[in-house]
Design a binder for this molecule. Structure first.
Ligand code: ATP
Length: 315
C-alpha cells in the first residue's frame, strides 16, 4: 500500500509502461479560487477494476471528468490509454466508454432510438437488442427517455458506456439510486467487463461495492488521495479488533499492546498485533477461569479505514 501524502513525480505519463491504462501525475484542478483536486497521482493497470472512494466533494467526479476529457487540469500530467484526453482524440473516444452522473439524454427519443443513435455514433460494433436485454430495458424500449425512472436512466446510461465492450470504462457512481436487483445486474456487467480483460474505473459511495468489485481502491478526501492499494493492503495497515463480554468479577486484565475500551461488561481491544494481544487475553482468561461470552475477533474493514481517514483529516 502507498500511504501517499502524494509522492514526488516519478515518471511522466509518456514513460508509463503499456501495462497502464491511466497514469496521472500531480493533477490539480481549480474552480476559480477553489482547488478541488490538490495534486494526485494515479496508476490504473490494464485489466483491473479500480474504485475511487471518498467523501462528498472529495474531487472524484472532477478527476473522472479530466480523464474522460470533459474537464481540463490546472496543472499535472494525464495519460489515458497512452493519449492526452484534453484534446478528446477520436481514437480515444473509440476505445473508452464513459458514464457520467447525469446522462444528458435527448428526452424525446425513446430508449430504442437512443441506442440506435448511439449505434450510428460509436465505432465499436454492438446491438441495441443486446443492451436492452442486458440491462432489462426491453419493456421500456418505446418509452421516451425523459419518462424513464431515475434507475432506468442510470441503466440506459450504463448501456451506452459499455456499448461494444470498450477497452476502458469510466463509471461515475454507476449504482447510485438503483434497487438491489439492478445494482446486482450492474455489478455483473462490471464483472463481465473485467473477465473480458477490460479496465474499469468507477466511483462509488458503497464500500461493499468496492469490496465486491475492485482489484484496487483509492480513497480521496478533500482533493487528495489519502490511501491507495488493494483492499488487503489497505486493511492490513489498520488495527484489527477483538471483543468479549466479561463476567462482573473478572480480575484485572493482562498487559495488552492495543487500545482497550470498556462499555459496561463489554470489552473491545483495537490491536496492531492481533495475534499477540489475543493470545495474552485468552491465556489470561484460561488461567483465571474467566468465561468469555460473545468472543469475536476481526480484521479492520474498509469502513474502518474510511472512517479513520475522515477522523484523521478532520482533526
Ligand atoms: P460527490 O461524492 O459528492 O459526488 P465528488 O468527490 O465527486 O463528490 P466533485 O464533484 O469532484 O466531488 O467536487 C469537488 C469539489 O469541487 C466540491 O467541493 C464541488 O462543490 C466543487 N466543484 C465541482 N464542480 C465545480 C464547478 N464547476 N465550479 C465550482 N466548484 C465546483
Amino acid at each position: 500500500m502507498t500511504r501517499t501524502r502524494q509522492e514526488p513525480v516519478i515518471a511522466r505519463p509518456g514513460a508509463a509502461s503499456d501495462a497502464s491504462a491511466v497514469v496521472v501525475r500531480g493533477l490539480r484542478v481549480r474552480y476559480g479560487d477553489f482547488e478541488a483536486v490538490r495534486g494526485i497521482d494515479l496508476d490504473i493497470r490494464r485489466g483491473e477494476v479500480f474504485a475511487l472512494l471518498g467523501t462528498n466533494g472529495a474531487g472524484k467526479t472532477t478527476t473522472l471528468d479530466v480523464l474522460a476529457g470533459f474537464g481540463a487540469p490546472s496543472t499535472g500530467e494525464v495519460s489515458v490509454l497512452g493519449m492526452d484526453p484534453r484534446t478528446r482524440p477520436p481514437q480515444l473516444r473509440a476505445r473508452m466508454g464513459v458514464q457520467q452522473q447525469d446522462g444528458g439524454f435527448v428526452e424525446e427519443l425513446t430508449v430504442l432510438e437512443t441506442l440506435q443513435l448511439w449505434q450510428q455514433l460509436v465505432e465499436r460494433p454492438d446491438r441495441p437488442e443486446r443492451l436492452l436485454e442486458r440491462f432489462e430495458l426491453g419493456h421500456r424500449r418505446d418509452v421516451p427517455v425523459g419518462k424513464l425512472s431515475g434507475g432506468e436512466q442510470r441503466r440506459l446510461d450504463l448501456a451506452l458506456a459499455v456499448w461494444g465492450s470498450p477497452e476502458l470504462v469510466i463509471l461515475d457512481e454507476p449504482t447510485t439510486g438503483l434497487d438491489p436487483q439492478a445494482r446486482r445486474r450492474t455489478w455483473d456487467a462490471i464483472q463481465e467487463l473485467q473477465e473480458a480483460g477490460r479496465t474499469v474505473l468507477l466511483t462509488t459511495h458503497y464500500l461493499e461495492e468496492a469490496e465486491a468489485l475492485a482489484d484496487r481502491v483509492a480513497i480521496m478526501h478533500r482533493g487528495r488521495i489519502a490511501v491507495t492499494g488493494t483492499l488487503a493492503e489497505i486493511v492490513a495497515a489498520q488495527p484489527a479488533s477483538f471483543s468479549a463480554t466479561l463476567p462482573p468479577d473478572a480480575p484485572a486484565l493482562p498487559e495488552l499492546t492495543g487500545w482497550v475500551e470498556r462499555s459496561g461488561d463489554r470489552l473491545t481491544v483495537q490491536s496492531g498485533d492481533l495475534q499477540r494481544d489475543l493470545t495474552a487475553f485468552l491465556t489470561w482468561a484460561d488461567a483465571h477461569g474467566v468465561r468469555l461470552d460473545g468472543l469475536r475477533a476481526a480484521p479492520a474493514s474498509l469502513a474502518d479505514v474510511y472512517h479513520s481517514i475522515r477522523a484523521e483529516e478532520e482533526q
